[in-house]
Design a protein around this ligand. Structure first.
Ligand code: C5P
Length: 283
């Protein structure tokens, strides 16, 4: 790949998301299990003399990532082919930024280890360190504002068929956090239960262990999220959770056929919907 490369930037879902309190810097302290899913943006990088992106708006975070990692005088031209909806809690912009960091480390032979990459990532955005580590480790536990990340260490050991549904509203992360009640009681069982459930590969147990402390605040701001969750639960016949600060909700289907039928039903009702899995091959 002299001079350039093309890579995938996978979306994520938050299997758990606990809000543990407000930090002195105003950000919320979190604990979350973040799992990459098979929906991806395609990121093309070409060596250049300065840093540019063909994507206005969300492209900025990729540019920020490139500037954070490249030595002075080095540049890159970034092209994004977007498939991950923006502002949906699926981490699209953060995944693009994580992909840029990992790819530029190789393209420019910077020799940075994953810990250093995650450190640089935390200056780019709250979700970026988790998505850097997820490229190496699969599901990760993210803590603090997002700067503390570690491999979850267990994977489902089978293909999960996940249906994503979005009521086509944009949930502002800032507004959702501002509305959520802080200082929630810490419950170590939430992380423990998710680990155990994933290790058991039992779809029902994984569904039972899903949790998101931001759901109430997001649905209060956007009642459409509650409607999407209700419809998704009905068509998949499973528990529903929300990813990130919304507005995307998700559920685990019992088969690929159920997932495909659910997507067709939800699209007919005007929702954005997608059948994804937990399989994210590096290509
Ligand atoms: O880091 P990011 O730009 O995604 O965060 C957007 C907003 O969400 C922040 O400005 C902050 O208000 C809120 N936030 C928070 N606690 C976090 C992450 C985000 O309060 N851990």
């Amino acid at each position: 790949m002299p001079g350039g490369t093309t890579i995938r930037a996978y979306a994520k879902i938050n299997l758990t998301l606990e809000v543990l309190g407000v930090r002195p810097d105003g950000y919320h302290a979190l604990r979350s299990v973040v799992m990459p899913v098979s929906l991806f943006d395609t990121v093309r990088l070409e060596m250049a003399s300065d840093v540019t992106s063909d994507y206005p708006g969300e492209g900025d975070i990729s540019v920020k990532a490139a500037r954070a990692i490249l030595p002075p005088g080095a540049g890159v031209r970034i092209s994004l082919d977007k498939a991950i909806p923006e502002g949906g809690g699926l981490g699209g912009g953060s995944a693009d930024a994580a992909a840029v960091l990992v790819a530029l480390n190789e393209m420019y032979s910077l020799g940075l280890g994953v810990d250093r990459l995650a450190q640089i990532a935390s200056s780019v955005g709250s979700d970026v360190p988790a998505l850097v580590l997820a490229r190496y480790a699969g599901a990760v536990v993210m803590e603090g504002r997002g700067e503390k990340v570690s491999p979850l260490g267990v994977s489902p050991g089978r293909t999960l068929h996940i249906v994503l549904a979005n009521p086509r509203v944009h949930a502002s992360t800032k507004e959702v956090f501002a509305r959520c009640s802080s200082h929630m009681a810490q419950n170590p069982e939430i992380l423990y239960n998710m680990r155990e459930a994933l290790a058991s590969s039992d779809r029902g147990k994984i569904s039972e262990a899903l949790a998101n402390d931001l759901s109430g605040a997001a649905a209060a701001l956007h009642p459409e999220i509650a409607s999407a969750a209700e419809r998704l639960g009905a068509v998949v016949n499973s528990r529903v959770s929300m990813t990130g600060s919304g507005a995307t909700v998700f559920a685990l289907a019992d088969s690929p056929e159920t997932a495909d039928a659910a997507v067709a039903a939800l699209e007919a009702e005007g929702f954005w919907a997608k059948h994804v899995t937990n399989e994210c091959p590096v290509v």
